[in-house]
Design a protein around this ligand. Structure first.
Ligand code: PMP
Length: 398
């Protein structure tokens, strides 16, 4: 029997696969260091956990409205106003099972068969697969390191066709850690408005910014015309160390939000009721925990970047936000380690895993086959150990 052609063209998430391989090696007793997964290593702050326990005891254990509880949607509206200067009604806000689900709902709500979505590379690997699941066509546009991995107007215009429906924007970026400046955002907004396309603005790393003088700006705040075309995606996974709770949210023009709620009502009923209560506590409770985690990530960013810079043959830009270091390893091509030659970032990653028990993500699926991604959402001790081993590997290349 033939299975779904659409499902069969989707690649399983390679970042999750690497985590699984690292976990396997660890279970075999190997002394692993993993720079793989994009997940804060902190516990969810205590007041958020308490809110969840209370929710269970108070019987908040039933179906909620499909788009999420009114309390949470109002809390999201307040957050968007306070942090981003954005005005949204609760009817424009949809709570979903993580920002990943918010994105999937978005693509399902806006795409028709064959519609194109511009995705600047490097990109978070799920975007392209989600667009395909929704029947759309991902159009990958490569950015350049010398432009700080930011799109230029020429690159964008070159990707536009009459089928273009949307553009994905991620700032701070996974995997580069770069942040779009006001100028970058204005250029993108002008492009989107002039061609009348949507901007899907993934702002999940908004709270994790380290670069002096840089701040997060939501493109939706740049004027009514772009607000009307922007779909803002955010969530609590990264900023509040709540990856397992699975809460993300979308703020969108009302017709899009309505369709998303309708889709979600059939596909998921609603996001977890207890996690929604916990998220209200996250958004409305004390915010010091977010700053404490940001400061810790900043120390790690400084350390991992300094270590990487001292290693020959590999190079990176200093990340401005998120928790990833995006490393060009093409300088090692043609060299070998214990007889294994390196010709791609995938080769580099696999030698590193097998010989040094360090898991990193090779970035072919992020649109950049010469790069690896190191997540520094792990302890300083692990970062030190991992960087020692990467250094040993590179210095041992022949
Ligand atoms: N967007 C980006 C850019 C991400 O890196 C991730 C997580 N890796 C997500 C969205 C999804 O986050 P969530 O856990 O809320 O589904």
């Amino acid at each position: 029997m033939e299975l779904s052609r659409r499902a069969m063209q989707i690649k399983a998430s390679s970042t999750l696969a690497i985590s699984a391989k690292a976990a396997e090696l660890k279970a075999e007793g190997k002394d692993m260091v993993t720079f793989g997964v994009g997940e804060p290593d902190f516990d969810t702050p205590a007041h958020i956990r308490e809110a969840a326990k209370k929710a269970i005891d108070e019987g908040k254990t039933r179906y909620t409205p499909a788009a999420g509880t009114m309390a949470l949607r109002k809390a999201v509206c307040k957050k968007l106003k306070a942090d981003n200067g954005l005005d949204y009604e609760p009817a424009q806000v949809i709570i979903s099972n993580g920002a990943k689900h918010s994105l999937m709902n978005t693509f399902m709500a806006i795409l028709n068969e064959g519609d194109e979505v511009i995705i600047p590379a490097p990109f978070w690997l799920s975007y392209s697969e989600m667009v395909k699941i929704a029947g759309g066509v991902p159009v990958i546009v490569h950015t350049k390191k010398e432009n700080g991995f930011m799109l230029t107007k020429e690159e964008l215009e070159g990707a536009y066709t009459s089928k273009t429906k949307a553009l994905v924007l991620t700032s701070p970026s996974n995997p580069t850690g770069m942040i779009s400046s006001l100028k970058d955002l204005e250029m993108i907004a002008e492009f989107a408005v002039s061609h009348d396309i949507f901007v899907i603005s993934d702002e999940i790393y908004e709270k994790l910014i380290y670069a002096e003088g840089k701040k997060h700006i939501s493109i939706a705040s740049l004027g009514k015309e772009i607000y009307d075309r922007t779909i803002v995606i955010n969530g609590v996974s990264k900023s509040y160390a709540m990856t397992g709770w699975r809460i993300g949210f979308t703020a969108a023009p009302l017709p899009v939000a309505k369709l998303m709620a309708s889709l979600q009502s059939h596909m998921a009923s609603n996001p977890n009721s207890i996690a929604q209560e916990a998220t209200v506590a996250a958004l409305e409770g004390p915010q010091e925990c977010v700053e404490e985690m940001r400061l810790e990530f900043e120390k790690r960013r400084d350390y991992i970047y300094e270590r990487e810079e001292a290693i020959p043959m590999i190079s990176a830009l200093k990340p401005e936000g998120a928790f990833y270091l995006f490393v060009d390893v093409s300088g090692t091509y043609g060299k070998s380690y214990k007889g294994r030659e390196i010709h791609s970032a995938a080769d580099f990653a696999s030698v590193l895993l097998d010989e040094k028990f360090v898991a990193v993500v090779p970035c072919a699926d992020f649109g950049m086959p010469d790069y690896i991604r190191l997540s520094y959402a792990t302890s300083m001790e692990m970062i030190k150990k991992g960087m020692d081993r990467i250094e040993e590997l590179v210095l041992g290349l022949a």
